[in-house]
Write a protein that binds this ligand. Structure first.
Ligand SMILES: [Zn+2]
Length: 407
């Protein structure tokens, strides 16, 4: 397995980190080319002249995807491997975030674990398979996605294309443990409207900031209530976080307006629309209870990402777990996570799992790093999944007796 070495992994991951693909996170993007272009050109070079079809898939002026298709012996539905090419900004790094640095087996740089470590492992696995001349039992698609970090436009645009995908592995730092479930997210702003007045005569006004404080306290009570009503053995309960607040115009006027941003993390199985309606009703009620002339309005959703809830006993979950245990150790288990990923966008058509090298606690942090041994082990796991016999497509979800061993 010529490609599955620490040296190959270190060289490729260093090359990827050195091609900054910083997501502008909704801010103005001044360049004429998508932020992922440097990575796209590099990956195109790796697959040039090989037995795989490589296609650029435009997403927007700012983002693009790259798809690599490796055909199977026969036809049939495909398995999708996806990692994202974009990274979060590194303005808070004192040293060079895009000059990769080695410390023993650790590689340090922006994107090392989120998400270029997973991307490296997927590329190594596929190159190794192609160079060995092995045909997989089902077509393998490798999607190098753009814009995961801000609006997930890369995966959403890919989902609009007519590919028959029934299984998906989404590379994110999970320390080589398959994640079957994660939370969904809703984000919106609410505005409390009051009435301004001179601060020497506050009784003539209606203080929007006081209304917002009442609403924030009510949301905190709602979170406790939701956590009593909804629980998961795999992750923390529903979370309602007030993440931004701004109000008031000048120091000597009763504030007539206060805007509050809400980040709502929901468990799999919760009705997202009903949960949002409940939170909005709690906010509206808190404003009216102040006894002042206050009311709240709500923005449209700025973000809605679905939860992921692949069953623990789905044959694909069981098979992937067995493969991970074979390569990474018997202590590996199926897990849930509180964060969101691109995996949720294909969950309506495919059994999707999140699985990759690295630790999420290092993601988005200064000094982001990854252990190259984990990248190589993950490449072995991905390769074994690519060549494993396809688990059943539909039907009742049942555990496979004795598990399935990697091909
Ligand atoms: Zn990521």
């Amino acid at each position: 397995m010529k490609w599955l070495t620490r040296e190959r992994a270190g060289a490729m991951l260093s090359d990827l980190i050195a091609r900054p693909s910083v997501n502008p996170m909704g801010r103005l993007h001044s360049s004429a080319t998508p932020v992922e272009r440097g990575v796209v050109e590099y990956v195109e070079g790796l697959f040039a002249g090989r037995d795989a079809r490589v296609t650029r898939l435009p997403v927007s002026d700012v983002h693009e995807n790259l798809l690599i298709e490796y055909p199977a012996d026969g036809s049939g539905p495909a398995i999708l491997f996806e990692s994202h090419m974009d990274v979060v900004p590194a303005d808070d790094w004192a040293d060079e975030a895009f000059v990769p640095r080695r410390e023993g087996d650790l590689l340090i740089g922006r994107g090392a674990c989120d998400d270029k470590g997973s991307l490296t492992a997927m590329i190594l696995a596929l190159l190794d398979l192609i160079e060995a001349g092995e045909r997989p039992p089902r077509p393998v698609l490798l999607l190098c996605a753009g814009d995961e970090e801000y609006a997930q436009t890369g995966i959403k645009s890919f989902c609009g294309l007519p590919f028959d995908i029934r299984w998906g592995i989404f590379g994110e730092p999970t320390r080589l443990e398959p994640v079957v479930q994660h939370k969904g997210t809703l984000r919106w702003d609410f505005t409390v409207h009051g009435r301004s007045a001179h601060t020497s005569r506050p009784e003539l006004g209606a203080n929007a900031i006081l209304g917002a404080i009442g609403a924030v306290e009510a949301l905190s009570r709602l979170q406790k209530d939701l956590q009593r009503r909804f629980a998961s053995p795999l992750m923390t309960g529903p979370l309602l976080t007030v993440s931004m607040i701004r109000g008031g115009r000048t120091r000597n006027a009763v504030p007539d307006e206060c805007v509050v941003s809400v980040d709502f993390r929901l468990l799999p199985g919760m009705d997202m629309q009903a949960a949002r309606s409940e939170a909005m009703a709690v906010i509206d009620d808190a404003c009216s209870r102040t006894g002042e002339d206050l009311r709240a309005t709500h923005s449209d959703l700025q973000l809605r990402t679905p939860a992921l809830s692949t069953p623990l006993d789905h044959p694909f979950s069981r098979q992937t777990l067995e493969i991970c245990r074979t390569y990474a150790g018997p202590e590996v288990d199926l897990r849930g996570e509180p964060y969101g990923t691109d995996a949720a966008w294909v969950a309506d058509r495919a059994a999707a799992l999140v699985l990759g090298p690295g630790d999420i606690r290092s993601a988005h942090a200064v000094g982001e790093r990854i252990d190259l041994n984990e990248v190589v082990t993950c490449a072995r796991i991905y390769r074994a999944i690519m060549t494993a016999p396809p688990p059943q497509l539909t039907g009742p979800s049942t555990a496979l007796p004795g598990g399935v061993h990697p091909a």
